[in-house]
Write a protein that binds this ligand. Structure first.
Ligand code: SF4
Length: 124
């Protein structure tokens, strides 16, 4: 199974603690997290993905905050030295996100203007 994952969701899953935009979305996040823990192959994107599929902010395949979240995606890809549509194992991607963004303390410069920022900052 190949999962479509937009790049900034590599950070969202790291900090996910059962909160989300709706009950259905949060349950979907939980299920996706479990699937990713099996270390499947992923296709990295800067557009709506398998997580966005159940999000109330997804309007016909486009996020209502598309400009902002695509900026997050592109920054994550750049800092990890990856290109859009890269295929790799989830754990390899997570390791790059951890090394180049989280451990390097660069998360807030990417998504410090996200509505969930305080929640993630509290776990940094
Ligand atoms: S549609 Fe937008 S707000 Fe919803 S999960 Fe995707 S990127 Fe996040």
């Amino acid at each position: 199974m190949l999962y479509r994952i937009r790049a900034h969701h590599g950070m969202c899953f790291f900090f996910f603690q059962g909160k989300g935009y709706s009950g259905e979305f949060t349950e979907h996040m939980r299920q996706m997290k479990r699937k990713l823990e099996q270390n499947p192959e992923i296709l990295l994107l800067a557009e709506t993905d398998d997580v966005c599929a159940r999000c109330p902010h997804n309007r016909g395949g486009v996020c209502i905050s598309a400009e902002k979240v695509e900026r997050y995606d592109r920054q994550v890809l750049a800092l990890c030295g990856l290109g859009c549509e890269t295929r790799m194992r989830w754990e390899d991607f997570e390791a790059l996100v951890d090394e180049h963004i989280l451990t390097a303390d660069r998360r807030e410069e990417i998504c410090g203007d996200c509505q969930w920022n305080e929640l993630c900052a509290g776990r940094a």
